[in-house]
Unconditional design. Structure first.
Length: 298
């Protein structure tokens, strides 16, 4: 059904209501300077659905009872799937070599005996980040020392489907050691397939960071990697997400953002620390049963 005779160009008024609807639903925010970018990305869907205008598309997303499937398409079209193995590895190195040993020594056995340590790669894109974490943990022998769960999610079903396949092109290995590539990957058609030993360590799912019911279980984690997603969020969406993380995460727990992201402009209860050259946001709540020492200090 057509709701408007507006030609297929994104007017200022339609841009505002469409971008605000997308922001509300996904957290992704398009400023006024990105009006043409949004139009270019969504025009494919408007044409494929044989709609006459972006206003028709807005009404479909907002009011159509079958809009859930189209929202999945919106997320697939708008999200940026740019990642690679060993990206910003300094944080993962700190996790493996500093935080996990100290966490196990000071808190884990006292506070969470026999409970798996949970690491969540939020906004994992096509899966290179959680697989990097799994490889690093395996190389350090952590899977034999303590029960560890790795969860990975993304709002894009297209990205998760690629992660589930476990097959990657050479571009994903541009920072990855060749010795580890030979150890954990095998040639597969025109790409490289990760070994089941590593791939099966990760639990994959499609989840939206702005939908609390989607992530309430995942956010009950000891370590969360939420990197290279907040650069596309508004401050309102970042604050909502970070506050929910803080409420649900274990105590103590650790949040990793990318080097290009910061929480300095928003009010949060997380404490920022630099540990061996990597920046980590830490949740500390005083516990009467033990004294929480600054884990970043030697």
């Amino acid at each position: 059904m057509k709701f408007s005779s507006e030609p297929l160009n994104l007017s200022d008024n339609t841009f505002v209501i469409l971008r605000d609807l997308i922001h509300q639903r996904t957290g992704l925010f398009y400023g006024n300077s990105k009006q043409n970018m949004l139009a270019d990305k969504l025009s494919i869907r408007v044409k494929e659905l044989m709609l006459d205008s972006f206003l028709d598309y807005y009404y479909l997303l907002k009011y159509d009872q079958s809009a859930d499937q189209e929202w999945r398409e919106v997320i697939n079209v708008l999200t940026v799937q740019e990642t690679y193995f060993w990206r910003e590895y300094d944080q993962i190195k700190v996790l493996v070599e500093v935080l996990l040993p100290k966490y196990l020594e000071r808190f884990y056995n006292l506070s969470y005996p026999c409970q798996p340590l949970r690491i969540w790669s939020a906004a994992c894109s096509t899966g290179e980040e959680p697989l990097t974490i799994a490889i690093a943990l395996n190389e350090a022998g952590w899977f034999e020392r303590v029960p560890i769960e790795i969860w990975a999610s993304d709002a894009s079903s297209k990205a998760i489907n690629k992660a589930l396949s476990g097959v990657y092109r050479q571009y994903s290995f541009r920072s990855f050691p060749e010795s580890l590539k030979a150890k954990y990957f095998s040639a597969h058609n025109d790409g490289w397939k990760v070994s089941s030993l590593i791939h099966n360590r990760v639990h994959w799912s499609v989840n939206n960071l702005l939908v609390e019911s989607d992530i309430q279980y995942l956010a009950q984690a000891h370590f969360i990697f939420c990197r290279n997603v907040f650069i596309y969020f508004s401050e309102t969406s970042i604050l909502k997400t970070v506050d929910f993380f803080y409420q649900r995460m274990f105590n103590p727990s650790y949040l990793f953002l990318s080097a290009s992201e910061s929480l300095l402009k928003i009010k949060t209860d997380f404490e920022l620390q630099e540990i061996d050259g990597a920046f980590v946001y830490i949740k500390h709540k005083p516990n009467p049963y033990y004294f929480i020492e600054d884990i970043g200090k030697k």
